[in-house]
Design a protein around this ligand. Structure first.
Ligand code: FES
Length: 183
């Protein structure tokens, strides 16, 4: 991650980038984009990896980012917005720097996921998909995280999982994540 990207992550989820900022970033990573496109038969096929790259940089994918991604790949903006709308990891609206995803599918629901979600909302004082005022956290209900025998399961950002999470664990977890934030 470049220094510019690190600085940008400080504000991740807090504001919509200007069009020129998005263009500048795309210019900066142009060789990377071309290398990515060379792996596929069509440029369109590079869309999902490119969106992940943009998500890591800007935190979320507002229409301005989607339009520039479409332009760089030579595809229709509507194709990009359909992909963004389909995958829960792609968000059009601002999110917290740490996104807390609570599985709400059957095994987790039967073992109290709803109460866990309600407790996160109470502790953080926000509703689902609404960043905390300091931009640090947001909460989402997501589909199965593939760890059903350890329900209820919580994921934070891309790769950290917590199993058997109980409502009484929530305040302590939030305190810990404030002190030791997930990347
Ligand atoms: S149902 Fe929650 S991890 Fe599968």
């Amino acid at each position: 991650m470049s220094a510019g990207e690190r600085m940008s992550r400080e504000g991740k989820g807090m504001r919509t980038p200007a069009r020129e900022e998005v263009r500048e970033f795309l210019r900066e990573i142009r060789p990377e984009i071309e290398e990515l496109c060379s792996r596929y038969e069509t440029r369109r096929a590079a869309l999902i990896p490119l969106l992940h790259r943009l998500r890591r940089r800007f935190g979320f994918l507002p229409p301005v980012v989607q339009r520039e991604a479409a332009f760089v790949l030579g595809i229709a903006p509507g194709d990009v917005s359909r992909v963004v709308g389909f995958y829960s990891l792609f968000r059009e609206k601002p999110c917290g720097r740490q996104v807390i995803m609570v599985c709400g599918t059957l095994s987790c629901a039967l073992r109290g996921a709803n109460k866990v979600i309600e407790t996160f909302k109470e502790v953080l004082g926000v509703d689902l998909r609404e960043p905390t005022p300091d931009g640090e956290f947001s909460i989402e209900r997501v589909e199965c995280l593939g760890w059903c025998d350890k329900a209820p399961v919580v994921q934070v950002n891309d790769s950290d999982y917590y199993d058997n999470v109980k409502p009484e664990d929530v305040a302590g977890l939030v305190e810990r994540w404030r002190k030791e934030p997930h990347e």
